[in-house]
Design a protein around this ligand. Structure first.
Ligand code: NAD
Length: 309
């Protein structure tokens, strides 16, 4: 089997590329390195430095004819999407359409798409299900939702199989200290520099934090399952930003109190995604709770912690 991973030089993509190579799948990476780093790419993969919107993408897909495409390349920064919704839509909507056209011409049998909990906006619900109403509050949430619609349309028009994976807030080793869900990486970065943790808003906002290795396992499971499904990749549990800060400071052995600043536009207050559909259709469940995932991330970035969690 041959796979192509767009965004394979990024945080989640590079973990996925490694897992695909480990399982004996031939992997090609397509990435323009806007936020990715070629040093992240497993040497067993073939790296192609190109933009998903470029003509090279079409040429590459037709030449390599992969069986499966994982589409992770994106403008993934919520704040950037508020400042420049045009650029965000250009990458996330036009880029996806361009990629889908190339996949269709190349006879790709399945596309697995990295979507987001951001499609729901401020839905007032304890734990969101996949068929709940979508009402994004950022350009990013809307561009991902629009890309999803085009992927479904390509299935209706041309029969191309897909699985849409809507991730919770992904964290783990290798995450840059910015972008969507980057709060764990940002906190680690500040701990490393000896700076106080910075919290936007009052810290009571919650997130469904899912560990990157679990996200990779969900992508792998989707190779042979959940065709034409939209599936949450999440823990179904929430952690407040205050709690996250507390746990990390404890692990670090620090008593420096966090600093609070104004809440940011486009940030959702509460986020929890049910993972019942993933359990059923992907036969997947997260193996990492927040404590185990944070500890592994901490050890990989900073070293062994001062206290057990
Ligand atoms: P990332 O920024 O580390 O990875 C994105 C990759 O895409 C980078 O390597 C970047 O260089 C590449 N890229 C960007 N624009 C491109 C273009 N036009 N052409 C080719 N390559 C391009 O982000 P990530 O956190 O690894 O996210 C991966 C995917 O998962 C994204 O689609 C993101 O929207 C989605 N997602 C992430 C999270 C999260 O918490 N990190 C949550 C939900 C969804």
């Amino acid at each position: 089997m041959k796979a192509l991973v767009t965004g394979g030089a990024g945080f989640i993509g590079s973990h996925l590329v490694r897992a695909l190579a480990d399982s004996g799948i031939r992997v090609h990476v397509l990435d323009n390195l806007t936020t990715g780093n070629v040093a992240n790419v497993d040497p067993r993969a073939v790296m192609h430095m190109a933009d998903i919107r470029s003509s090279e993408t079409r040429t590459l897909l037709i030449r390599e004819s992969p069986d499966i495409v994982f589409h992770l390349a994106a403008q993934a920064d919520v704040q950037q999407s508020i400042h420049r919704p045009d650029e965000d839509a250009d990458v996330n909507v036009m880029g996806t359409i361009h990629l889908m056209q190339a996949c269709h011409e190349a006879g790709v049998s399945k596309l697995i798409f990295a979507s987001t909990s951001g499609v729901y906006g401020e839905l007032q619900k304890q734990c969101i299900q996949e068929d709940d109403p979508v009402e994004p509050i950022s350009g990013y949430g809307l561009s991902k939702l629009t890309a999803e619609s085009y992927i479904r349309l390509f299935h209706r028009l041309y029969g191309m199989n897909y699985t849409i994976l809507r991730y919770g807030n992904v964290y783990g080793p290798g995450q840059a200290a910015k972008g969507e869900g980057g709060v764990v990486a940002l906190f680690m970065d500040r701990l490393k520099k000896g700076s106080p943790l910075l919290i936007h808003g009052d810290g009571t906002q919650t997130r469904d934090f899912v560990y990157v290795k679990d996200v990779v396992r969900a992508n792998m499971a989707a190779i042979r399952a959940a065709d034409q499904r939209t599936v949450h990749v999440s823990t179904g549990r929430t952690t407040s930003i205050n709690r996250l800060a507390y746990d990390l400071l404890k692990l670090h052995g620090s008593s420096v109190r966090p600093v609070y600043s104004a809440a940011r536009a486009g940030d959702i207050h509460h986020s929890c995604l049910s993972n019942a559909v993933a359990r059923h259709w992907l036969q997947w469940e997260p193996l990492y709770g927040i404590s185990a995932g944070l500890k592994e991330t901490y050890v990989s970035i900073i070293g062994s912690g001062k206290e057990g969690m």
